[in-house]
Design a protein around this ligand. Structure first.
Ligand SMILES: [Zn+2]
Length: 366
């Protein structure tokens, strides 16, 4: 109850303090400026990792291969933001992600183009009911296929969402003059300053929402490749992007991914290598979108950002909902038991039956 209240207060505070943020259609030149008048060397270099679509045993396992065991310099696990589609999602996996410090956001019930309010809000309702995550902790949205319009944003605003993250931005653009000068997230209270590459939007639309653009990755010549799952060596692509930002205006870097598109062993290795490389750099911090926006609203210098980010995972699953802090993606030769929070293996305990390995999977030799 208390933590729900604190979370609601924080969201209100973020919305309040950000009201004067200057990146608007009338002041596009301000979009690449760090907030709060911070000098460049004081700006933390944020990196976000987002995963779209259903959270399944398979997708959970792929992300574990990429990020499992990796930590920020303050010892916290590397967090991600999950834009979850209800269809095919395993609630126990979502709970485990939330309870280990990841952000859970919505991506509609059934992954439709130009979704209705029912698809958007219904997904949040489903997540709240199925996982017990407090409603106010689920306040971000990405639209399927990045197809959005004013109706999408009206639904988000009416339902009290904090932010949208559906608008790709390929530099050079109206808000990002070059790959070294990308726009920071912005408020839509005074209009949308982006020229929409997907869906439709207009400078005159006004919404009480943040937008976290999908900064498109570029090739070595600075030409845009893609905003999501860019083809090529992921380590080289994101290392170059990070270098541009550290030598530029320190706008956030986003890895916008689908687990299904990142499952090849070489791709897993490239992404893991990049995260290890980036997390070790001075002033680089992996954050969720919510953490990024909390900093946008209250921009503290890099030297003190660790205290703002904290490291304490949430524990506020609704009373009466069974929650598991861990999830095993591979219950082959058994099945996941949500009441016991573990794999129950075939013939467990019987002579010749399967047993649980140290990783919690079913095996014949434990
Ligand atoms: Zn999707």
């Amino acid at each position: 109850m208390v933590s729900s209240f604190v979370a609601a207060l924080l969201i209100l505070l973020i919305a309040r303090q950000a009201a004067g943020y200057p990146c608007t259609p009338a002041r596009r030149a301000d979009c690449p400026k760090p907030p709060g008048g911070l000098a460049l060397q004081q700006v933390p270099q944020f990196v976000t990792v987002t995963w779209d679509d259903a959270v399944t045993s398979q997708s959970y396992g792929i992300v574990q291969q990429i990020l499992g065991g990796l930590r920020r310099r303050n010892g916290c696990p590397i967090p991600s933001t999950y834009f979850v589609t209800a269809q095919d999602t395993v609630p126990a996996a979502v709970q485990a992600l939330y309870l280990s410090g990841n952000e859970i956001a919505t991506h509609t019930l059934t992954h439709v183009k130009y979704p209705s309010a029912q698809e958007i809000v219904g997904c949040r309702d489903w997540l709240v009911n199925a996982t017990g995550i407090p409603r106010q902790r689920i306040n971000g949205f990405r639209t399927p296929f990045l197809l959005h319009n004013a109706t999408t944003r009206r639904a988000l605003a009416a339902a009290g969402f904090l932010y949208d993250s559906s608008l790709p931005d390929s530099a050079p653009s109206a808000i990002s003059p070059s790959v070294r000068q990308r726009a920071f997230p912005y408020r839509m209270d005074a209009g949308i300053p982006q020229t929409c590459e997907t869906g439709s939007c207009s400078a005159s639309e006004r919404w009480p929402l943040w937008e976290v653009p999908l900064w498109a990755a570029a090739d070595a010549a600075g030409r845009p490749i893609a905003s999501m799952d860019p083809a090529g060596d992921a380590f080289e692509i994101y290392k170059r992007e990070l270098g541009w930002r550290l030598g530029g205006n320190r706008a956030p870097l986003g890895l916008f991914l689908h687990a299904g598109a990142e499952s090849a062993p070489e791709r897993v290795a490239q992404l893991r290598k990049f995260v290890q490389y980036a997390a070790a750099q001075q002033d680089v911090w992996f954050v969720t979108n919510q953490q990024l926006l909390a900093w946008m609203a209250q921009p503290v210098p890099a030297s003190t950002v660790a205290a703002q980010l904290g490291c304490k995972p949430p524990a506020d699953i609704a009373a009466g909902v069974k929650a598991c802090a861990a999830f095993v993606s591979d219950c082959n030769f058994g099945s996941w038991d949500g009441r016991k929070c573990r794999c129950v293996c075939m013939g467990e305990g019987a002579p010749g039956g399967f047993c649980r390995s140290r990783m919690g999977e079913c095996s014949l030799s434990c």
